[in-house]
Design a protein around this ligand. Sequence first.
Ligand code: GAP
Length: 514
Amino acid sequence: MAKQEDVFKTIIAHAKEYGFVFQSSEIYDGLSAVYDYGQNGVELKNNIKRYWWEAMTMLNDNIVGIDSAIFMHPTIWKASGHVDAFNDPLIDNKDSKKRYRADVLIEDEIAKFDEKINKEVAKAAKRFGESFDEEMFRKTNPRVLEHQAKRDALHTRFSEAMNANDLAELKQIIIDCEIACPISGTRNWTDVRQFNLMFKTEMGSTADGAMDVYLRPETAQGIFVNYLNVQKTGRMRLPFGIAQIGKAFRNEIVARQFIFRMREFEQMEMQFFVRPGEELKWFDHWRQTRLRWHKALGLGDSKYRFHDHEKLAHYANAATDIEFEMPFGFKEVEGIHSRTNFDLSQHEKFSGKKIQYFDPELNESYVPYVIETSIGVDRMFLSVFCSCYEQQDLGEGDSRVVLHFPPAIAPVKCAVLPLVKKDGLPEKAREIQHRLRFDFTCNYDEKDSIGKRYRRQDAIGTPFCITVDHQTLEDNTVTLRHRDSMEQQRVDVDRLEEILSDEVSLNSLLRKLL
Ligand code: GAP
């Protein structure tokens, strides 16, 4: 098994063991691709959301937030194109009765060529040592070139079939590549069919005439259908934005990589309404602004990259993803899309209501253009969690697991620990905790040795431990232990609020954005 896969499994186990993420309905053997956040997970998730929300709505005079309902009128999804076009191509194996995404089966086949190439490169790097020139090797080694040519040919054929929505060709590729079902091992496939990803349910009792409604697959449409409400009641002038955080639901067929692809997940979306013709300028602005937001967390600038879309949806005139380096490769965390006036125009058409902006400077009305920024909370959580996880060797047979969360989003900011459970130290520690808890999420722990307690806090990423000892009773000082350096300093109890605020407040993070 690849090493990175092992690392990822260890991270998932850690997330469960320390109360971050649990499988949904675990005592009933779980529900696939649905997860619950535990006592530490919910704090981290809330802090990520607060960082996004405040960066959007507090740092921008012209962005306001809303919270629209999950249920919406079904015609909205007709207008947005989700009823007709929000599909995945599926194929069934007739022997195992298992269902797969045809595109994923082919992508996995393409990835096998990448793996073969990487193996050749790794073997050669070992053989040649320091003098190894990887670039030259990739360009000239016959085996690498052969794999690369096969990979490229398959990729081109696959892209063309996807772009043309050619389901018969997708099946033919699966047959030509001799792809077998991992369960039955056979190649006894059905035809490829389109499968809509929206969850449907009924609203109202059948006697009243129930109406089919969908669980929203994105939060964005709740913003579009409220555009006029917000613009008029907030007397907003273009350019302006509407932000929203909320749950979205997609019946993902291939659900894997933990919380990366879920059936119930959360999005943070912002639609920025602009004058037609100015959208590409604003697209570039939001592309840069969003990357800055990510990088301010300090997870490592090299972990991000843009992936500009070559093939655009019919309504978009520019689109890019911000990808993050997960243990399983660079993956999309956020999308930034220039959606033209497609959505508002569609809602105008389907609702019969005029959805326009009167521009006083141009003295004309038009349907605004839109730049969308759309980020998954759970993917953001995963990128933070994976990149902050470290198994640290401390030498002399000692080690620890530490989560180096940026202090501003760490679930617990500090832990107050009495050195021993007697001599009035617990009482003093409680007094300090009760003082700090108004401003910071603050744990209290008196069980086990102080070393074990430090390790427990490291494992949930607490930036500071405050140890109360006998000297505290004499001079009102404590030791303040820093998570990353493990250094300890003696500080006055009265200075704790000030020191912690500087280090852990969201303000310090938000200020980096300006
Ligand atoms: N309104 C645009 C939109 O929804 P998207 O690329 O389909 O665009 C935006 O989704 C973001 O939502 C993605 O970048 C990803 O972070 C997150 N996301 C999408 N599907 C997801 C899923 N099944 N599980 C977790 N996050 C998901």
